[in-house]
Design a protein around this ligand. Structure first.
Ligand code: GH3
Ligand code: MG
Ligand code: MG
Ligand code: MG
Ligand code: MG
Length: 314
């Protein structure tokens, strides 16, 4: 095949699409040359002529890759790198040094300081582009990993059927609000709700209909709560609500509102309207510990069931 360079040029212009490179160098000529090579590959290039300016730009709108000179007036490149590495929001940005300091001591100082790569001036344009691409690739993988972790984190805290918090997360939230309440001397209430005769729903309409009832119940519950309230699925058809800064009277009124809303409108599942009621137990504290609060609510729930269901006890 002939005309390799032409072929290369034909496939360029795409590699850098959507990738922003910050070139930090006190030399206008270097900035201009680097810019032209990278723009040819489709990169978006922003420039800083000194370290503080580069840091400002990173904080305002982080680039994907930072090309960094070492010898500059003001902060030198090593100092800029150290500041980036000390900032939790910026420490993962890949830094590629681009410098006339070619001795091994300088190279090692840069790499040991956390630089992704180290390029010496004068540079070969194709090599510069390839190393920037490699740095951008690492950045992309890091972003994907972070995104995935965020999703996993959310999943690990969420009950799949209802979208409410799961038990593990509820326990964490409860412990958190309990210690807060103790510290501030605020009241804290919990509400344990259990759907009445839920087994009959499953038996009468099928398990999938039971699942729909749980999901709709959860939605109604969510709508009756305030922003700071924490609701989750405690077990099968049992739900726990944590009500920060709420005393027993407040908790009872929330609980009865939920109870009435649930009883007022049958839940449509499997093509029929299913009458659903809920019983609840309330407890207020903070008592000795968050477990104790739940135990009291559970005992009250038991009492509400024994007293005939569709009621709240405290
Ligand atoms: P009570 O009024 O005393 O609470 O009676 P109940 O029938 O609601 O209580 P019981 O504990 O006897 O039955 C709860 C049922 O909830 C049994 C269980 O199979 C069902 N269940 C638990 N988790 C799920 C779920 O995720 N989906 C469905 N469809 N059913 C569930
Ligand atoms: Mg310089
Ligand atoms: Mg039940
Ligand atoms: Mg139950
Ligand atoms: Mg129980």
């Amino acid at each position: 095949m002939t005309g390799g360079a032409v072929t290369d040029r034909a496939v360029t212009g795409e590699a850098g699409a959507g990738i922003t490179v910050l070139i930090t160098d006190d030399s206008l000529v270097i900035r201009a040359v680097v810019r032209s090579h990278l723009e040819l590959e489709g990169y978006t290039v922003v420039e800083a002529m000194e370290g503080l300016d580069a840091l400002d730009r990173c904080r305002q709108s982080p680039p994907d890759v930072i090309l960094l000179d070492i010898e500059m007036p003001g902060l030198d490149g090593y100092e800029v790198l150290a500041i980036l590495k000390a900032d939790p929001l910026l420490r993962d940005l890949p830094v590629v040094f681009l410098t006339t300091l070619t001795d091994m001591k300088s190279v090692l100082r840069g790499l040991r300081g956390g630089a992704h790569d180290y390029l010496k001036k004068p540079f070969e344009p194709a090599e510069l582009v390839a190393r920037v691409a490699a740095a951008a690739h690492v950045k992309k993988l890091q972003d994907q990993l972070r995104q995935r972790n965020t999703e996993l984190d959310l999943l690990s805290r969420t009950d799949v059927l209802t979208g409410l918090h799961n038990r593990r997360h509820l326990e964490e939230e409860l412990a958190h609000h309990h210690s807060r309440a103790m510290r501030h001397g605020d009241p804290l209430s919990v509400l344990l709700l259990d759907i009445d005769h839920f087994k009959r729903v499953n038996d009468g309409y099928g398990h999938p209909a039971g699942d729909v009832v749980l999901a709709v119940f959860a939605e109604r519950l969510r709508q009756e709560l305030r922003d700071g309230d924490v609701a989750g699925r405690w077990g099968g058809e049992e739900f726990l609500v944590v009500l920060p800064r709420t005393d027993l009277a407040g908790a009872l009124s929330v609980a009865n509102r939920i109870r009435r809303v649930v009883a007022a409108t049958p839940i449509v599942a499997a093509g029929v309207g299913i009458a659903v009621t809920v019983s609840g137990g309330c407890a207020s504290g903070p008592l000795g510990g968050s477990d104790q609060l739940v135990d009291v609510a559970d005992a009250q729930l038991y009492a509400a069931k024994a007293a005939g269901r569709n009621r709240i006890m405290a």
